[in-house]
Design a protein around this ligand. Structure first.
Ligand SMILES: *Cc1c(COP(=O)(O)O)cnc(C)c1O
Length: 367
């Protein structure tokens, strides 16, 4: 068969080990998964109530326009309903953008390391890929702007960046947008938007009024705790959304997911509480790293990239065998690091205790 040639070198997404698998393999009864930046506090009680009493019929197709969710989101965000596109997770919106704009005649610019789906989708569409290395974990926006040429069709920004947690500032983003040709779409992935507390974080909604070539991606998978439902969305100028809409599958967000997202959005007190808890959790990690003399990237997300100066895979394995699943930096472009999702206070204490154990064992061996 005539598969696209580029598919031959692509690997399917490698999900982290499931907790069931790890329990069986290492004979553990408790597993703490701090690998996928899921919300350790779950989701709002309102979601559970909504789903438990869900009145809809399963035999009918979902509302393809997600009207009710759209109205709630537009109100919440202060934009028009026509400025929103819904996705089966923001992953699907990344795919739609790639499908709509990338081809072998174009190229796309992104940071490295960053969220892998930008590159993955670019490769599938067969476009040229230009990766501009991060500087101290932050986007090199100068380098990225300079890399744009007449074939560039999409530029990807991730703020805060996964896996470093470093955000782009308002000043940086404003200056960047002013340099970008208006036929190049800038995708600003704000998957961790609700976790951000930095005062100089960009106000991308304001920039939307000025730039048709900007689309913001957000998701219900992270702080809203609805990763299993798959709901993400894009916000852009109405003309941009109109151009992208035909790429979207007609019934891409299912009915239960729409109901869950509406319920989740209505409980902002839960979101505020999670943001506060996350800040306190990050501080636990900062205190530990500072005390242990470990380098880390200060984070605006719900995860932290810690440099242990050892093979990340080795640290990953040590933690795994003791019941903690984190992400090895090896696959993330930071081979001496691990990325740890910020958990509850107890979970953070637990993983920190095992990292300490690793460091002690490690020093003992090297003596
Ligand atoms: C988790 C994540 C996403 C994907 O979110 P979904 O809405 O679950 O598809 C997108 N971008 C970044 C940077 C992420 O970390």
């Amino acid at each position: 068969m005539r598969w696209k040639e580029q598919l031959l070198k692509l690997k399917p997404y490698q999900p982290g080990k499931s907790t069931g698998e790890v329990k069986r393999q290492y004979g553990l009864s408790d597993i703490v998964k701090l690998a996928s930046n899921e919300n350790p506090f779950g989701s709002s009680e309102k979601v559970r109530e909504e789903i438990a009493g869900y009145p809809g019929k399963f035999s009918v197709y979902p509302d393809g326009y997600a009207s009710e969710l759209r109205t709630s989101l537009a109100e919440h965000l202060g934009v028009s309903e026509g400025q929103i596109i819904l996705g089966n997770g923001s992953d699907e919106i990344i795919q739609m953008i790639a499908r709509g704009l990338l081809s072998p005649q174009t190229n796309t610019v992104m940071a490295a390391p960053t969220f892998p789906q930008y590159k993955h989708n670019g490769i599938i569409e067969g476009c040229g890929i230009t990766e501009i290395l991060l500087v101290n974990g932050a986007h090199d926006l100068e380098g990225m702007a300079a890399a744009i040429d007449e074939r560039t069709s999409v530029v990807w920004l991730c703020s805060p960046n996964n896996p470093t947690g470093i955000h782009i500032t308002e000043e940086e983003l404003t200056a960047f947008m002013a340099r970008i040709p208006d036929d190049v779409l800038v995708v600003l992935d704000e998957a961790y938007f609700e976790y951000v507390t930095a005062e100089n974080y960009h106000d991308s909604m304001r920039l939307l009024q000025q730039y048709k070539n900007l689309i913001i991606l957000r998701t219900f998978s992270k702080i809203y705790g609805l990763a299993s439902f798959r709901v993400g969305y894009g916000i852009a100028h109405e003309d941009t959304i109109r151009a992208l809409e035909p790429v979207r599958e007609p019934f891409n967000v299912n009915s239960l997911a729409q109901a869950a997202a509406i319920a989740a959005l209505s409980d902002q007190a839960f979101i505020d509480e999670c943001r506060r808890e996350n800040r306190a959790g990050l501080q636990q990690f900062y205190d530990f790293c500072d005390h242990a003399g470990l380098k880390y990237y200060p984070s605006e997300g719900n995860f932290i990239l810690i440099d242990l100066n050892r093979n990340g895979q080795e640290v990953f394995q040590f933690l795994l065998e003791r019941g903690y699943i984190v992400r090895s930096g090896t696959a993330l472009g930071f081979p001496t690091c691990i990325r740890v999702t910020v958990g509850s206070k107890e979970q953070n204490d637990g993983v920190i205790r095992v990292i300490k154990e690793f460091l002690n064992v490690d020093t003992a061996i090297s003596k």
